[in-house]
Ligand binder design. Structure first.
Ligand code: ATR
Length: 280
């Protein structure tokens, strides 16, 4: 790769940033599509996020991704946000227009839907019951996607029940908060189960969930991708449920940003998964 004054530069801002797989993802796409561009990780302390976002137009960057813990805060410092980002309450992508204005977008909703599309399809969501474990930022993007896909009921299970109740109150009666103690029974009659917490991630305890009540034709999804097959997905697979791992969503959410910055919609392929996994 030869960098020049013409090379377009995109970045991911996070704190910490060393574990981010996004540079590996976007630089693969840049090379594959023979684009004169580079994508770099930038460690930005939360105390500095306002200043860094405001500086972006002056640095000549084409755009950035935002990861933990900046997705909500960065929203306050951009010039506009799309309707999906408003519904989720977070942005993970900024497109920098030629006039220097900053457009905030949320591509996690797209990533979640496309991950399903590429694997099991989304028919299981329409008119079905979905169970969502967790009520944080990731959960909100998943809930918006499930609402868009026509879920009839969305059961929100969260350790802190107040957060699940708040989500239900803001989104209406399709959402039903479920007490953490009742999570096993909540799987009864569900066509879809997704974990949006960090439980099951490397160095974290597994999600303590008994799948006995879950119908065998339900699809199980985890947004954790380290390890690729979490204890939840292993247990689901063993009893015959279809599973969708978290790497699909991670890769798919990158597509709209890349397309806006570099003008080409990149592909999520088995080869890309292998390439990104080498580092994961
Ligand atoms: P993110 O933006 O990645 O969703 P977050 O907003 O901090 O991160 O949300 C983390 C989610 O994981 C929350 O639903 C959290 O539950 P609480 O609301 O009770 O904190 C859940 N979570 C994290 N650690 C957990 C644990 N040990 N047991 C149960 N839930 C946990």
């Amino acid at each position: 790769m030869t960098l020049s004054g013409k090379t377009r530069v995109a970045a991911v801002l996070g704190w910490p940033i060393s574990h981010s797989l996004s540079p590996r993802l976007h630089n693969y796409w840049l090379k594959e599509n023979r684009i004169d561009g580079v994508y770099i990780p930038l460690a930005v302390n939360p105390d500095n996020i306002a200043n860094v976002v405001k500086l972006l137009p002056h640095l000549g960057l084409t755009g950035v991704n935002l990861t933990v813990p900046h997705k909500e805060a960065a929203m306050m410092f951009v010039d506009g946000v799309d309707s999906l980002a408003k519904r989720v309450g977070a942005i993970n992508t900024i497109v920098i227009a030629e006039d220097g204005s900053l457009q905030g977008r949320n591509t996690d909703v797209f990533g979640f839907k496309e991950a399903l599309n590429q694997n099991t399809g989304t028919d299981i969501i329409r008119d079905g019951t979905a169970v969502v474990i967790g009520a944080g930022g990731a959960s909100r993007a998943v809930i918006v996607a499930l609402l868009d896909l026509g879920a009839r009921e969305i059961r929100i299970v969260n350790r802190t029940s107040e957060k699940a109740e708040l989500l239900a109150a803001s989104w209406g009666p399709i959402l039903r908060p479920v007490l953490w103690e009742e999570r096993n029974e909540a799987l009864s009659g569900a066509s879809f189960l997704v974990n949006t917490t960090t439980l099951g991630m490397e160095n974290m305890p597994p999600l303590d969930l008994t799948l006995d009540a879950l119908p065998k034709n339900a699809v199980v999804n985890d947004i954790v991708y380290r390890p690729l097959l979490t204890p939840l997905l292993c247990a689901a697979k063993e009893r015959g449920n279809s599973v969708v791992d978290g790497l699909w969503m991670l890769l798919q959410q990158g597509r709209p940003g890349f397309a806006a910055w570099f003008g080409c919609d990149p592909a999520v392929t088995p080869k890309l998964r292998e390439h990104v996994l080498e580092m994961a």
